[in-house]
Design a protein around this ligand. Structure first.
Ligand SMILES: Cc1cc2nc3c(=O)[nH]c(=O)nc-3n(C[C@H](O)[C@H](O)[C@H](O)COP(=O)(O)O)c2cc1C
Length: 520
């Protein structure tokens, strides 16, 4: 009798303890619901939606950590279909955002299939989302959230609230990544944080490079200056040889002025007024908005600001601005220099810190902090195939690097479709293009000029005028590489390609890595 009672009390206590533990874990881990987080090894998936390689790199390192549990499939989001989802018990999504909450190219087919009112049900699926974005944009991390909401509405169970990684806020990436890998560790993944040096936003991970030459390549243009810059490493890069530092398709991340510029310099450079009383009153001014966009830790200026206007003003003016900017590299290491092609421009009437710094202020002989970021999604095709390059403006940078690489490996089957404004002032790199033509590296070339009086045209018009050749090149296995402005050019090119080839063919090309875009 006594034993029975004891057993009963023990059972009640154990039940209560289990309930407490469940409640505690639910509360402390920020979980959304009581989803069983155990992961069966055979059914793990890491899917990425990535344009310029950041989400891809994070997906790969996440998969590496998850290997401690068992095999993991890593797929671009577009390759995730009913069959893949049916065989997946837990999916980890790493997804960036573009445009107005749109997915990167390798996520748009998935978005059309599952996030636009499909009736699919994935009640067997548990998932977590790492959303990548930039808080300078209005639709911050919006695609990651769409993914989270869309999958939830199909019955899939989110294990954690989506994490937002903000490329615009210094220090945020390290903290968010730490949380993401802690979450993976709860599933049994390797618990140590992988080496994320390449992704870290820490200034120590940049090297110093000298500016060796600078030249405006569109003198007399009605457009903003397009500046060609050549850099060489200012410091000995350890054992690293120049030719292993980057390859065609990679991106240079630049911090203007070696480290940071002071707010006072920024304000003076762009004649922006700062009224400290606005900050004290909690009202925004143009400069304050700008400060918040420029990667200052939000806490520095977000909270209530107290003090007399003069001391507040002095404090704000001493704040450092971090203005990391990314540019497609315009050369190959064999050229002996890392080249950039920078349009000196701004956004919303405010000049861009980095492009003005590079294009006007940095003197030949000065150095700046720069590092290379791999962009595998825009690397050269793996096999020896023809390539059709389409671009405009500063997009010539990425195209030039690829054409130089193809020249070095004697690949002659290149087609260049390139658009600028005026045939008089905007024939950029015309000597080089003529030389490539002379030596047979550009058997097909279409230069279009939107402000040409006789024959105004955009690159998308060149596509339409050459549909038969385009189809012939694609039948011969060609890839399409697009580099340049996302809205101004690439959106129109994409529409035109979809019109002449159809959605299916273009999506298939993209999935096969034969429609690659470096657009911004
Ligand atoms: C042209 C362009 C548009 C972007 N639009 C957005 C946006 O609307 N919302 C957002 O949160 N981030 C936006 N971003 C930031 C990217 O999502 C962010 O840089 C991300 O880390 C890129 O990851 P990926 O290399 O995997 O594509 C944009 C970036 C670029 C270059």
């Amino acid at each position: 009798m006594l034993t029975e009672r004891l057993l009963l009390v023990l059972a009640v206590l154990l039940g209560y303890a289990a309930l407490c533990l469940w409640q505690f874990r639910r509360g402390s881990s920020g979980r959304l619901q009581s989803v069983d987080s155990s992961v069966s090894a055979a059914s793990m998936l890491v899917a990425y939606a990535s344009q310029s390689g950041v989400a891809l790199a994070l997906a790969q390192s996440s998969a590496k950590a998850l290997l401690a549990i068992g095999p993991v499939r890593v797929l671009p989001l577009n390759r995730v279909d009913d069959a893949v989802l049916a065989g997946t018990e837990h999916a980890f999504f790493v997804a960036s955002t573009y445009g107005e909450g749109e997915p990167p190219d390798n996520g748009n087919r998935f978005a059309r299939r599952y996030l636009n009112g499909s009736s699919a049900q994935f009640s067997h699926l548990k998932f977590s989302v790492l959303a990548l974005g930039d808080s300078a944009y209005q639709h911050f991390c919006a695609f990651g959230h769409k993914l989270h909401e869309g999958l939830s509405s199909h019955g899939a169970a989110p294990v954690f609230a989506p994490l937002e990684l903000d490329g615009n806020t210094a220090g945020n990436a390290d903290a968010v990544l730490q949380r993401w890998y802690q979450q993976l560790a709860r599933f049994g993944a390797e618990s140590s944080l992988p080496d994320l040096t390449e992704l870290s936003f820490h200034r120590d991970h940049y090297q110093s490079w000298h500016l060796d030459a600078r030249k405006v390549v569109n003198v007399g243009s009605v457009g903003e200056p397009l500046v060609y810059l050549k850099f060489s490493p200012a410091q000995v890069l350890g054992d690293v040889a120049l030719d292993t530092l980057w390859q065609a398709g990679d991106i240079a991340e630049v911090l203007p002025r070696n480290s940071v510029i002071r707010c006072a310099e920024f304000a003076a450079m762009y004649k922006l007024d700062f009224d400290a009383s606005l900050l004290i009153d909690g009202k925004a001014s143009k400069l304050i908005d700008e400060l918040q966009r420029r990667a200052l830790p939000a806490s520095d200026i977000a909270g209530p600001v107290v003090g007399d206007p003069d001391s507040v003003s002095a404090w704000v003016m001493s704040l450092p601005l971090l203005a990391k900017r990314e540019y497609s590299i315009a050369s190959v290491p064999e050229d002996g220099s890392l080249d950039l092609l920078v349009r000196v421009q701004g956004r919303d009437g405010i000049p861009g810190v980095a492009s003005h710094w590079l294009g006007r202020h940095l003197a030949v002989g000065d150095s700046l902090a720069l590092r290379v970021r791999r962009n595998p999604l825009f690397h050269a095709p793996e096999s020896n195939i023809p390539v059709i390059f389409i671009g405009n403006g500063s997009g010539f940078a990425g195209i030039r690097a690829h054409l130089r690489a193809r020249q070095l490996s004697n690949r002659k089957d290149n087609w260049l479709m390139f658009g600028e404004r005026s045939p008089r002032a905007d024939r950029i790199f015309s000597d080089e293009i003529a030389e490539w033509q002379d030596h047979g590296y550009l058997p097909h070339i279409d230069l279009t000029f939107s402000r040409c009086r006789e024959q105004p045209a955009y690159v998308q018009d060149a596509i339409l005028a050459n549909v038969a050749d385009l189809k012939a090149w694609l039948s011969a296995g060609a890839a399409i590489y697009v580099c340049g402005s996302r809205e101004g050019m690439a959106a129109g090119v994409d529409r035109q390609l979809r019109r002449v080839l159809g959605d299916e063919q273009l999506d298939d090309l993209a999935d096969a890595g034969l429609y690659c875009r470096d657009v911004y």
